[in-house]
Design a protein. Structure first.
Length: 191
């Protein structure tokens, strides 16, 4: 019987596969929620006046958006589609090195949003790479008077982006290291 020494170190960071699973499950769930809410919104709201909900805090209405947030880059839908493809590719590239649950969640949210709006750009009128994104939530007033009309994909991108920025500001890297640990390792390696 071999007597192996018992390690006193803390357990290692969970396997990268678990982080990838967090990213994929988050992306799939939010992508499905985005698609489902767009289908429901189109079925219930198409051709109707804005519906006031939550005492006027929000209005539900269909807006076909050919641009980005705040209707920026209207008429450049194909460029926005290519940017979304680039985001998807970048997230897939990071996936094998992903060791942070927070980053996995944030990237999953961004991936879901990019895929949700990219799906609209590919499959909605007026045609592939020119399709208009279906937006349906307007805050504080109808027709985007106070805030641009948005959808679940837009919310997912924003929440994921905020999470990633906060993680970065607090020094958490996607590979599981802390920025200060990385600097220490660089200083130690230089000695």
């Amino acid at each position: 019987m071999d007597n192996e020494p018992v390690s006193t170190e803390s357990s290692p960071e969970p396997a990268p596969a678990r982080k990838a699973l967090v990213l994929v499950v988050t992306a799939v769930l939010l992508f499905a929620l985005d698609l489902g809410t767009k289908v429901l919104a189109l079925a219930q709201l198409e051709g109707k006046e804005p519906v006031r909900v939550l005492g006027g805090l929000a209005y539900l209405q269909i807006v076909r958006n050919p641009g980005a947030a705040f209707s920026i880059a209207t008429g450049m839908t194909w460029v926005l589609a290519l940017v979304a493809v680039g985001v998807v590719v970048a997230i897939i590239w990071i996936l094998p090195r992903l060791r942070s649950t927070g980053w996995a969640l944030g990237l999953g949210l961004v991936l879901a949003g990019a895929l949700g709006n990219l799906t609209d750009r590919f499959f909605r009128a007026p045609g592939p790479l020119r399709g208009h994104v279906i937006d349906f939530v307007s805050l504080f007033g109808p027709n985007g008077e106070y805030w641009p009309v948005f959808n679940v994909a837009d919310s997912s991108i924003v929440l994921g982006g905020i999470l990633i920025v906060l993680l970065s500001l607090f020094g958490y890297e996607y590979d599981g290291r802390r920025s200060k640990d990385k600097k220490k390792a660089e200083v130690t390696a230089g000695d």
